[in-house]
Design a protein around this ligand. Structure first.
Ligand SMILES: [Zn+2]
Length: 324
């Protein structure tokens, strides 16, 4: 990781974990007991009382990482558990379930999917045996139906054959439009379906007991944001999100807990840069391929996976802004 980026992330993490901000410090917590299955549990940390997060590495899905590239979490109430995102394969979902079982015997009542991307929900099937209800944005089912055939082919290319064969993109049982509250026993989660931003089906999860807000890929930190919804929509939604007073946020990719709204600054700067660069290129009559090559380049040293995602972001921005 580049030094400036590492320093910025460290500062943000420190801010989020300053004394008094996070009672149960961010330390890898030892499992309370051996997991029931022989699956090795994902490494998780308790970022606030009863709120556990797995911080994934910055990477593309590959056979060796089994799709473990997105931050995942779970929240434990008095009666039940909610899981937030399930990883890029059923194997990673099973490892998350093993991590849940290392900390609590309570049933997993809900599996919340923050959006349609496979690195966040391809592990859903690992929770089928728990009887958990899958919860998503009201547009998630439609997005999944449209994309599942492509995602299955993609899994064949990105995962080992045994992991790809398990790929099963389960549609949500519960659709969220506006907001919805989920009860875990003495603990309530506030879910919010957002207007089109990172994707057209972004859902956030606020643990009201601790003020911990899981933003999914509405927030990237360190890992270049990827645009699959609306650039202008995302910029507008960020302004709204920034107003919310919360204790800490969990990005879809980045540190497991961050201070808010400071965590938003680099992503807002990058997306605003893309919008400004692309608008200038359009005004000059330049082509979409020129945008793919040059828009946003001043941000290159600030992000991991820049070359992997920036050309696509610039292309998507051009298509969106061309007719405004
Ligand atoms: Zn995503």
């Amino acid at each position: 990781m580049r030094r400036a980026l590492a320093a910025a992330l460290a500062a943000a993490v420190l801010a989020a974990t300053a004394p008094g901000a996070v009672p149960a410090a961010i330390a890898d917590s030892a499992p309370a007991s051996a997991p029931a299955s022989n699956v090795a549990p994902l490494d998780v940390a308790e970022v606030a009382p009863g709120v556990f997060v797995h911080e994934a590495p910055f990477a593309l899905i590959a056979p060796a990482n089994r799709g473990d590239i997105a931050n995942l979490g779970f929240i434990v109430g008095d009666d039940a558990v909610a899981v937030i995102d399930t990883g890029g394969s059923v194997a990673t979902g099973a490892a998350l379930l093993a991590a849940v079982r290392a900390h609590t015997d309570k049933p997993v009542r809900y599996v919340v999917n923050t959006h349609v991307h496979p690195d966040h929900l391809a592990g859903n099937a690992a929770f089928a045996g728990e009887g958990a209800k899958i919860v998503g944005h009201h547009k998630l089912a439609r997005a999944l139906a449209a994309r599942a055939p492509f995602y299955r082919e993609q899994a064949d290319r990105q995962l080992a054959p045994a992991d790809a064969a398990q790929s099963d993109f389960l549609a949500p049982d519960i659709a969220v439009e506006g907001t919805m509250r989920l009860e875990l026993g003495g603990r309530e989660l506030l879910l919010e379906a957002h207007p089109t931003a990172h994707t057209d089906a972004d859902l956030s999860v606020l643990d009201t007991a601790t003020g911990t807000w899981f933003l999914g890929d509405l927030l990237f930190a360190g890992h270049l944001p990827s645009l699959d919804g609306s650039l202008t929509g995302w910029l507008a939604e960020m302004d709204r999100l920034a107003e919310r007073p919360v204790a800490r946020v969990v990005p879809g990719h980045g540190p497991r807990a961050m201070a808010w709204p400071d965590a938003l600054v680099p992503q807002r700067r990058y997306l605003a840069r893309i919008a400004a660069d692309v608008r200038a290129l359009i005004a000059e009559g330049r082509s979409i391929s020129a945008a793919a090559e040059s828009a946003g380049l001043s941000e290159r040293d600030a992000w991991a996976l820049f070359d992997e995602f920036n050309p696509h972001n610039a292309t998507a921005a051009f298509q969106e802004l061309e007719w405004e």
